[in-house]
Design a protein around this ligand. Structure first.
Ligand SMILES: Cc1cc2nc3c(=O)[nH]c(=O)nc-3n(C[C@H](O)[C@H](O)[C@H](O)COP(=O)(O)O)c2cc1C
Length: 373
């Protein structure tokens, strides 16, 4: 019977288990927003998973909205990521870079020259953003990208993919989830354009699909994945017809022969805020997309060992990404292996929330391994 430890064909790779490190921003990049030795150690510690996906990494300095997030556009960043990929490969793992542009989830304080952040439309995110100096401010109203600028951002993603290739990654994942730029084009809660990139879903999905096509030109389709959050309300997101919007996007992605589709399932906060934002809110699990996407389907969102095993057995998904549990347990696959062998006395480190974002080794590379006990 298929379980978390059944190998999986993922593009050109045979991954030894179906445990994926979910992408997690940790705000610990070094000078020039470049990864450094500490980041390499963090990822190498987690190399036992079948696939690691990096924290979101911006493809341009205009794609930044948080302090100390790594970029993937400069030679220094390329060299920093090479430390990471080499360390993961030495430890026997495979790692994809998550390519990112925050769009409106930013502030002039993060932008080169103090410029206004960009988005599909001039619609501000509700709520407050934390600035580099630790204070908060309302999200500014972004500026709508012109068609020429859209071409420029797509080129930025292509360049990020090229840097990722030179940095020794095994593939790339487009961050199409969580209310960042591609999602700001896809969902009509933000996108109010009337040109070729707005209006009907065929137009709203165009930006994401054009980016994905560029990524597949650089990497070949079988080493490109896409992450979507059809049920996500994070970053003020909503849509007037989520089933139709994501149904179209997934169907089109399904024609490209990608490495995988990575669907985030509804979280408690989505179920709480989603219906308040839009009466059309609907929680769409990964299994909803099974029929639309024939390739490898990864899912994620508060999965335990037991729930993940049941999901794989029932065929709802091919692999499961773990976030907080993997953050706090670098040897998560080994702990799961013991549970799979029928042991009941397997302890798990609890996550330390105050050290999630920013800082050094504490709460990052110092979570104990089972072998430390
Ligand atoms: C500290 C932290 C940082 C995160 N950063 C990202 C990110 O950079 N990109 C992304 O797609 N999701 C990000 N997420 C979401 C996770 O990938 C994942 O979807 C979420 O934690 C739910 O999975 P879990 O319940 O297994 O933790 C982040 C989550 C956490 C806890």
């Amino acid at each position: 019977m298929t379980d978390l430890f059944t190998p999986l064909e993922l593009g050109p790779y045979t991954i030894p288990n179906r445990i994926v490190l979910a992408p997690m921003t940790r705000c610990r990049a070094g000078a020039g927003n470049a990864p450094h030795a500490l980041n390499a150690e963090y990822y190498a510690q987690r190399a036992g998973g079948g696939l690691l996906i990096t924290e979101a990494t911006q493809v341009t300095p205009r794609g930044v909205g948080y302090p100390a997030t790594p970029g993937i556009y400069s030679p220094q960043q390329q060299a920093g990521w090479k430390l990471v990929t080499d360390a993961v490969h030495r430890a026997g793992g495979r790692i994809f870079a998550q390519l990112w542009h925050v769009g409106r989830i930013s502030h002039p304080a993060f932008q080169p020259g103090g410029e206004t952040p960009v988005s599909s439309s001039a619609v501000a995110c509700e709520g407050q953003i934390r600035l580099p100096d630790g204070t908060t401010a309302p999200y500014p109203t972004p500026r709508a990208l012109t068609i020429d600028e859209i071409r420029g951002v797509i080129a930025d993603f292509r360049h990020g993919a090229e840097v990722a290739l030179r940095a020794g990654f095994d593939g790339v994942e487009l961050h199409g989830a969580n209310g960042y730029l591609p999602d700001q084009f896809l969902r009509d809660g933000v996108n109010q354009r009337t040109d070729a990139y707005g209006g009907p879903v065929e137009n709203r999905a165009r930006f994401m699909l054009e980016i994905v096509r560029e990524l597949t030109e650089v990497w070949g389709p079988s080493r490109v994945g896409v992450r979507l959050s059809p049920s996500g309300a994070f970053n003020g997101m909503h849509d007037s017809a989520p089933r139709a919007t994501f149904g179209y996007a997934v169907t089109e992605l399904g024609k490209l022969g990608l490495a995988f589709l990575h669907i985030m399932e509804a979280q408690e906060s989505d179920l709480k805020h989603g219906p308040a934002r839009s009466p059309a809110y609907e929680a769409l699990p990964a299994s909803h997309f099974r029929g639309l996407f024939k390739g490898v389907l990864i899912t994620n969102g508060a999965f335990s060992y037991e729930k993940a095993t049941a999901y794989i057995r029932e065929g709802h998904a091919d692999a499961i990404a773990f976030g907080e549990l993997y953050l706090a347990n670098p040897d998560l696959p080994e702990r799961f292996r013991r549970l799979a062998a029928g042991r009941r006395d397997v302890p798990f480190n609890p996550p330390d929330y105050p050290t999630f974002y920013g800082g050094g080794a504490r709460g990052y590379t110092d979570y104990p391994f089972l072998s430390d006990r």
